[in-house]
Design a protein around this ligand. Structure first.
Ligand SMILES: N[C@@H](CCOP(=O)(O)O)C(=O)O
Length: 419
């Protein structure tokens, strides 16, 4: 495996603030982290990454949840609900049915607002406070808006969310609404919403907290750190592969960064880095297209459709970070149909794990890759499930069984059960 490491400068650059700085992944330009607001490189518009003079070691970590990993984050604590420390479920029947040596499910739906976005927001909203901004904003297929609304409320800040009209699951809008976000429904898809939010941010109207913001991804790195720690505790090894749903490609980028930092600090052998394996819905699969064609960038899909609304995205902004993450860890990407997603949602539910459709894409993708022989039977695999079942009650009703009406009478109920 050729795990390319972009090592930090041997000496801290002059822009470093407490050993932390921002660096462009394209041209290497470096910026002070908290003096000005920027999301991309001033010189070439490339994506930025947060860099640290001292990458973390396992011994640095202490406590529970996202802030256990503060040695790998820009602050010691954040605006917290708290988040992280999600379960790594065993699923014995599914494991044997799919036919891999080990299958564990990292259920990010068990975060405070029901998705992994909370990990990014606890850091992102803390940074917003450091920068002294008033208004936070995001484009969202739903989960980011729910998390931003809750963490913004926790931080006492104004929040603005732009959603694609008619394409956001009910649970997610309810969350943004009750947490008092100002909700704008745009007559367009998620990618158009993000274009507008980027324009608003560029005009200084709001602080952008989508995963284009490099600090969001710092919080999301902790998913990878938790998986490695817990898996190692249980098996004495690290997983061969981590399979994850891909929308804006923030998690793929974040996990890759977590692994690179551990390699840099000598805590992880490049050979032990799990293969990052992305799964998209067939109707919204620009990353799969880029991986299959060996492209260095994705082409924007203007028309996207899938019942997995959380990954209904045609222009993944983090593709320049995520494509190398998949390639350099020897991973792959695969597209699955909506039917395969629903089937996987039922499979997980049969093990007691309730997830929204996009989350089930990881399991659907694993099954497909196992059937085609890309994933071997002796592999140890972790699938990431990104959001809770209750996020999308309509999809759950559609995938599950209908309630049966019965008379208000015990004998009649017994008769009905005997039918
Ligand atoms: N699925 C996401 C889409 C936005 O992604 P982000 O990670 O860039 O915020 C959502 O829940 O809105």
């Amino acid at each position: 495996m050729s795990l390319e490491l972009t090592a930090p400068a041997p000496e801290e650059p002059s822009v470093a603030d407490d050993g932390t700085w921002l660096e462009c992944i394209e041209c290497g330009a470096q910026f002070a982290p908290f003096e000005d607001i920027r999301y991309t490189c001033d010189d070439c518009d490339g994506l930025l990454e947060v860099r640290y003079a001292s990458p973390p070691t396992w011994d640095d970590f202490d406590g529970r949840g996202v802030w256990r990993y503060n040695a790998a984050l820009p602050f010691d604590e954040g605006v917290s609900l708290p988040e992280g420390a999600t379960p790594l479920h065993t699923v014995p029947r599914l494991e044997s049915d799919i036919g891999v040596e080990t299958l564990r499910i990292k259920h990010e739906g068990m975060n405070p607002t029901g998705s992994f976005k909370d990990r990014g927001m606890t850091v992102g909203v803390r940074v917003a406070k450091e920068l002294g901004v008033d208004r936070l904003a995001c484009a969202s297929t739903g989960n980011t808006s729910a998390a931003l609304a809750a963490y913004g409320a926790r931080g006492g800040m104004e929040t603005l969310v732009l959603l694609p009209a008619g394409k956001v699951a009910a649970g997610k809008i309810a969350q943004a609404s009750l947490h008092d976000a100002r909700i704008l429904e745009v007559d367009g898809n998620f990618d158009s919403c993000l274009d507008i939010v980027q324009d608003l941010a560029a005009r200084g109207e709001a602080y952008l907290l989508n995963s284009l913001n490099p600090f969001r991804l710092e919080g999301q790195k902790t998913i990878g750190l938790e998986i490695l720690e817990e898996f190692h505790e249980d098996y004495g090894t690290y997983p061969d592969r981590i399979v994850l749903p891909v929308g804006n490609a923030g998690n793929t980028s974040a996990l890759y960064k977590a692994f690179r930092e551990l390699v840099q600090s000598g805590e992880l052998d490049p050979e032990e880095v799990p293969k990052l394996t992305g799964v998209q819905a067939e109707g919204a699969a620009p990353m799969v297209e880029a991986i299959e064609n060996g492209w260095d960038e994705t082409k924007r899909w203007d028309e996207v459709e899938t019942k997995a609304t959380a990954i209904r995205i045609g222009n993944p902004v983090n593709a320049p970070k995520a494509l190398p993450g998949i390639r350099e860890t020897d991973g792959t990407a695969v597209a699955v149909s909506d039917e395969e997603i629903t089937e996987a949602q039922r499979d997980l539910a049969a093990e007691g794990v309730g997830v929204e459709p996009a989350s089930a894409a990881s399991v659907a993708g694993l099954r497909k890759l196992r059937e085609s022989g890309v994933v071997a039977e002796d592999e140890q695999v972790v699938c990431l499930t990104t959001g809770h079942l209750l996020k999308d009650p309509d999809a759950a009703f559609e995938a599950g069984d209908d309630p049966e009406p019965v008379p208000n009478d015990t004998e009649a109920v017994l008769e009905h059960l005997a039918e």
